[in-house]
Design a protein around this ligand. Sequence first.
Ligand SMILES: NC(=O)c1ccc[n+]([C@@H]2O[C@H](COP(=O)([O-])OP(=O)(O)OC[C@H]3O[C@@H](n4cnc5c(N)ncnc54)[C@H](OP(=O)(O)O)[C@@H]3O)[C@@H](O)[C@H]2O)c1
Length: 266
Amino acid sequence: MRLGFVGTGSMGGMLVRAFVRSGLPDVEVAAYNRTAWKLDRIIVENPNVRKMDSASSLAKFSDFIFLCVKPADVLTVLKEIRTSMSPDKFLISINSAWSLSELESEVSSKVIKIIPSITQEALSGVMLTMYGSRATPTDRQLFEATCRGISFPVVIKENDVRVCSDLTSCGPAFLAFVLQSFASAAVRQGGIPPQQADQLVKYMIYGLGKLFVKEGYEFEEIISRVSLPGGVTEAGLKVLKPAMEGVFDDVLTTTKHFQGQHTKDK
Ligand SMILES: NC(=O)c1ccc[n+]([C@@H]2O[C@H](COP(=O)([O-])OP(=O)(O)OC[C@H]3O[C@@H](n4cnc5c(N)ncnc54)[C@H](OP(=O)(O)O)[C@@H]3O)[C@@H](O)[C@H]2O)c1
């Protein structure tokens, strides 16, 4: 299986590094970036990545072509690769501004849309996945088996992409901010060193994540196991509950109406 990446910026670079580290058998990784030296930096650390000299040669070489450019650059790349995108190939777009049907109208290949997350840097976290009309059940199995090497692929409806990516792609930043605030309060209120507070919170969230995913705990189970009637955790939760009311509704209302970088001409 040949995976090709057009654009090796923040997200494309992360996906290239993740697939190289995934150790998936029979996977070859190739890449092309507009500014060649930026790709060279990645290749120095990952010498097995094949450097291509154009988007069209990358498309000819690859089975899965990951389009990892900003929305405004998508059309330029599509024009370059269009003739190489035969029906047996897969075009995988990582931006939400281009719909599956718009992409299908540009190429004759199968089209998939994914929303990666920074968590793929750690070969984990959710990869939101949406399929175009040409992807067969066998294609889907093949794609998800490949993505499982670096993530937990979850298929969603295209209309739900905003709220789902708020949870999986913006979520790490939202929760990192909440955890940072928690650790800072411990420094102010408990007088412990900042480094120690950060370390305690990071290892706490690592263990909590394992309880959710590996041990199958529900949110309520964690709360009731830790918060005993009349205890200190219950007292803390009594402060937290009213303070949190509506906070994430406001966050999600704001992201829902945000246009900025999601327009194609930006
Ligand atoms: N950042 C996130 O957390 C996140 C999460 C999910 C999805 N996304 C989506 O991912 C997409 C890329 O975001 P990003 O943050 O990775 O952007 P980025 O860091 O700017 O990377 C884009 C890359 O595309 C390259 N490029 C542009 N035009 C090209 C062309 N014609 N041929 C080859 N390479 C070209 C750029 O090359 P140069 O080196 O010449 O600039 C740059 O390296 C966006 O649509 C974004 O919405 C981002």
